[in-house]
Design a protein around this ligand. Structure first.
Ligand code: ZN
Length: 144
């Protein structure tokens, strides 16, 4: 991990420079004064997703889901719980593929849920299908 990390504020989207040693201290945004990380997954549109992939120094764990998908609904509370365990190492992001059809098409998301990890602007790995909490957190950490 570099000495300072670009961390994107969950509230206003500003990029904050957070020293590596302060990442776990619930850093506050320099612009809006709210916590930059909330311990909650963030629902992002295509522009927000692009911003995180290109600007965040934290690896991203993304849940591509849709409202009509039963396994996605079962996955949702697991993903929320995983956020409390994986931040600040990761940021957890949700993309509603029914709303963000352009993005899902561009990324060739073929089944949902699909879980994917992005790091340094690149997709590292993706895994179709729901996962339990223990499998999800250990899978994510093994690709951090
Ligand atoms: Zn902010």
């Amino acid at each position: 991990m570099s000495e300072k990390n670009h961390v994107i504020c969950a509230s206003c989207g500003s990029i904050n420079n957070v020293p590596a040693a302060r990442m776990a201290d619930n850093p506050v945004c320099g612009k809006c004064k709210k916590p930059v990380m909330t311990g909650q997954p963030m629902e992002l549109n295509e522009a927000g997703f692009n911003r995180f992939v290109s600007k965040s120094d934290q690896p991203l764990l993304v849940d591509f889901w849709a409202p009509w998908c039963g396994p996605c609904k079962m996955m949702a509370p697991v993903f929320t719980q995983a956020a409390t365990q994986l931040e600040p190492q990761f940021r957890l992001i949700k993309v509603n593929t029914e709303v963000e059809q352009n993005l899902a098409g561009r990324l060739r998301i073929q089944s949902i849920p699909t879980l994917a990890i992005y790091k340094n602007g690149q997709e590292v790995i993706r895994q179709p299908g729901a996962m339990g909490l223990g499998d999800l957190t250990s899978w994510a950490r093994s690709h951090a």
